[in-house]
Design a protein around this ligand. Structure first.
Ligand code: ATP
Ligand code: MG
Ligand code: FE
Length: 343
């Protein structure tokens, strides 16, 4: 079975082809980062328009890379939510149009399920059940994953996501959007402990977190500094920020492993590309004789491969009647707000 996956929830158009027997055959990505940079963040209308320009062209690119024809596609998976409504509608429209034209089923995928399953595109791949930390631009959640499709939310951020804190900190430091890679590169030049930032909720007796206070303490540090533009100060501040985020997530992961008694851990989402965080969490898990898994580096942030992979897994879990119902369906929608699991 050959599945075409399409991701368009935010500022990346991602398309990929996955086969049930041969794995990921090809993927292609167009990021709009340069387009949105001038505005310091994603402009929804510009994002939608650009997805329109890219989606079909990228589908042709992956077919060519994989040396397959359109008629070889057996099913299409699209990101149904969460994300920007207009951006989601573009990917869903293109996906459903392809599905109707080819007379194949189209299924809607939760973007966060995609991030989570991207870890299964790595080698070795995690087997169910596992404990998951989803850490991205819009989410920071601990989840118990019993099996494919069985997600239990254990705790999450009560305000900003960790990725959002990276992006806002970057803005305060005058670094380009998106902030994650820039802040973490600057942090590598800083001295640990030179700037200590608050770690809200680090000792709260649950798996909830808070990152908006951290952004405020970065702002306070910048405002109070005698020379806020001094390179050493900026690097130390970035280092203090990354260490605070890493510390909170490490402590919460220790608590989550203790609470669930699970030792197989998956960390996914854009911030899981962070080297300092990867190193710290790997250490936490190894010390507890567990195993930790991350998506391949380039599949941590948004991409089509994760949607194709989640789509294939969903199709394999459906009955022939359910798949047939998808094929015959003549309507579709998107879910801009859609949580993968409730408590
Ligand atoms: P969501 O997936 O929650 O809907 P999103 O799709 O915008 O949100 P992702 O694509 O998963 O988020 O990740 C983007 C986020 O990851 C941004 O906030 C970005 O700053 C952050 N990020 C990317 N690379 C790194 C890195 N190396 N270090 C830290 N953060 C990073
Ligand atoms: Mg993005
Ligand atoms: Fe994402």
């Amino acid at each position: 079975m050959l599945v075409l996956g399409i991701e368009s929830s935010c500022d990346e158009t991602g398309v990929a082809l996955i086969s049930d027997t041969e794995g990921l055959l090809a993927d292609a990505l167009h990021t709009q980062i340069d387009m949105h940079r001038a505005y310091g963040g994603v402009v929804p209308e510009l994002a939608s328009r650009d997805h329109i320009r890219r989606a079909v062209a990228l589908a042709d690119v992956v077919l060519e890379k994989a040396d397959r024809k359109r008629s070889d596609i057996d099913a299409v998976a699209v990101t149904e939510g969460p994300g920007l409504a207009g951006a989601l509608l573009v990917g869903a429209s293109v996906g459903h149009a392809i599905g109707w034209a080819l007379d194949v089923p189209v299924i809607g995928i939760n973007h966060m399920e995609g991030h989570l399953l991207a870890a299964r595109l790595a080698d070795p791949k995690p087997e169910f059940p596992f404990l998951a930390l989803l850490v991205s631009g819009g989410h920071t959640q601990f989840m118990k994953v019993e099996a494919f499709g069985k997600y239990e939310l254990l705790g999450e951020t009560l305000d900003d996501a960790a990725g959002e804190a990276f992006d806002k900190t970057a803005q305060l430091l005058g670094l380009p959007y998106p902030g994650g890679p820039a802040v973490s590169a600057l942090a590598e030049k800083g001295t640990p402990g030179a700037v200590e930032l608050s770690r809200p909720m680090i000792h709260s007796p649950n798996l909830d977190m808070s990152f908006s206070g951290l952004k405020t303490s970065v702002l306070t540090a910048v405002t109070k500094a005698e020379a806020p533009n001094d390179e050493t100060f900026r690097a130390d501040l970035a280092r203090g920020f990354v260490d605070a985020v890493t510390d909170v997530l490490s402590q919460k992961l220790i608590r989550a492993m203790r609470m669930t008694k699970m030792t197989e851990v998956v960390v996914a989402g854009g911030v899981s590309a962070n080297k300092q965080l990867r190193a710290a969490l790997t250490d936490v898990v190894r010390r507890r004789r567990g195993r930790i898994y991350f998506p391949p580096m380039r599949l941590c942030t948004d991409n089509g491969a994760m949607i194709a992979a989640a789509g294939l897994a969903r199709l394999q879990s459906m009955t022939p009647e359910e798949i047939e119902a998808c094929r015959r369906s003549t309507s579709f929608g998107v879910k801009p707000r859609w949580s993968l699991a409730g408590r």
